[in-house]
Write a protein that binds this ligand. Structure first.
Ligand code: RIB
Ligand code: CA
Length: 318
């Protein structure tokens, strides 16, 4: 299951999850983030329609963060959140359930079949926080949560914070805490690795040439939009890297650390504070003590293999 704020790289992730033969995409939940919720839902339905996956239920979730004022990232993703391509809309409507109930039902059904589902949040964590606090029993149906968000060392939304966590810091703090409470494995595909898997203009154009109006054509156009917007020769597959990390876990090097989310701080609100200290002397004298959370923080990524995985899936070679 994916939780998205479609967005250009969410679309890249959705296409990979929808088309890769090794994945069983059960449901997609939407949250306001890169663009307002209604636009995110429309974009998500359009991407799945392009991939021929109208069978995958899509739920509309939280329209705004738990406490923070909503912001967006249309300066990155275009006014429509999808590169202003004017990509055709899907004729389909979203599921009637709220995204949190769609996620709940999907996970309960999995647990009832003694299955466990991987949850891949690629957006502000509002839906996931509401899910875990409202229906903690769903933990029985979760294999792991592998989320795109946070960073050990850098920021993008601010000098200190990554966009998804900055957009709803309280939600991120709740998810990290709830995973510790509920014994859910949590992997963080953060900014430290996010930008490395990048597709060149030439590779993107080849996707467009492969099938103009199909999934490869959409993916190629989205990367080319990034290249134009940033005046760059390549564009990151971004969120799609978190899906790659589920398909090929060995491509992401992680280490478990205690993590807290800064909720105060003028310049640091929304920062994921990754505690890498290993000397008991410091820890013994820290009035805060170490957080009781443990997050598998992504430190290095095999960018080449993830780009290859994404390109081959889009070209239908897998
Ligand atoms: O900081 C990167 C994240 O913010 C990605 O998920 C991107 O889609 C935006 O939501
Ligand atoms: Ca996203």
């Amino acid at each position: 299951m994916l939780d998205v704020d479609t967005g250009i790289d969410d679309a890249c992730a959705l296409l990979l999850a929808a088309l890769h033969p090794g994945l069983d995409l059960r449901a997609v939940s939407c949250v306001g983030g890169n663009a307002p919720l209604a636009q995110v839902v429309s974009n998500t339905l359009a991407v799945l329609h392009t991939a021929g996956r109208d069978d995958v239920p899509v739920g509309a979730g939280a329209i705004r963060p738990l406490l923070a004022d909503p912001v967006d990232a249309r300066h990155v993703h275009g006014d429509d959140g999808m590169g202003d391509l004017g990509w055709p809309r899907s004729p389909r409507e979203p599921d009637q359930r709220h995204a949190v109930e769609l996620l709940r039902d999907t996970l309960r059904e999995a647990a009832a079949r003694d299955e466990r589902v991987t949850v891949i949040p690629l957006a502000p964590l509002t839906n996931i926080a509401l899910l875990l606090r409202t229906y903690p029993d769903v933990a029985a149906g979760i294999e792991e949560i592998c989320f795109m968000g946070g960073a050990a060392n850098v920021g993008n939304a601010t000098a200190s914070a990554e966009f998804n966590v900055f957009h709803d810091p309280e939600a991120a703090a709740v998810v990290i805490d709830a995973c510790a409470d509920l014994g859910i494995r949590l992997r963080m595909y953060g900014l430290d690795v996010f930008y490395a898997p990048a597709v060149t203009r030439e590779q993107a154009q080849a996707l467009v040439d492969h099938d103009q109006q199909g999934p490869a054509g959409l993916a190629g156009r989205l990367v080319l939009f990034q290249c134009e917007r940033f005046g760059a020769d390549s564009g990151t597959i971004g969120d799609a890297g978190a899906v790659c990390a589920v398909i090929d876990p060995d491509g992401l090097t992680t280490k478990d650390f205690p993590v807290r989310v800064e909720l105060g701080g003028t310049w640091s609100r929304g920062r994921t504070v990754v505690d890498m200290r290993d000397w008991t002397g410091d820890l013994a004298h820290d009035p805060h003590g170490q957080a009781n959370t443990r997050v598998a923080v992504g430190l290095q990524v095999d960018a080449g293999s993830y780009v290859d995985l994404w390109l081959r899936t889009l070209r239908g070679e897998l």
